[in-house]
Design a protein around this ligand. Structure first.
Ligand code: SF4
Ligand code: SF4
Length: 95
């Protein structure tokens, strides 16, 4: 399962490390690309959800980042957006 790279309001939070798309695990999503600054992006962002292949041919499912974070404790430790997301949910839970 993979997450997705944010745009818009989340741009300042997501560091575009690409970890949610497999940039660090040796077999990333085949759609994952890097710009000239080394930042990762998804060229099919608007239609990203659903089944895709990794560069080695494994079938993966691209899901909203909140879902990826819920299901992947390791991703929660590394994703810059996770810290924001968890904090936001804690704040909302207190309301
Ligand atoms: S399609 Fe692939 S590169 Fe694009 S957001 Fe989903 S997992 Fe990442
Ligand atoms: S792991 Fe988190 S911070 Fe890194 S690209 Fe994915 S959403 Fe952005």
């Amino acid at each position: 399962m993979r997450g997705y790279l944010h745009r818009g309001d989340f741009e300042n939070i997501c560091c575009r490390c690409g970890i949610c798309c497999g940039s660090e695990d040796g077999d990333p999503c085949e759609n994952l690309k890097q710009d000239k600054d080394g930042k990762y992006y998804c060229p099919i962002y608007e239609n990203r959800f659903g089944k895709h292949k990794t560069v080695n041919g494994t079938i993966i499912s691209c899901v909203p980042i909140e879902e990826a974070l819920r299901n992947n404790p390791e991703l929660r430790k590394k994703c810059a957006y996770a810290k924001f997301s968890i904090k936001k949910h804690e704040t909302e839970a207190k309301k």
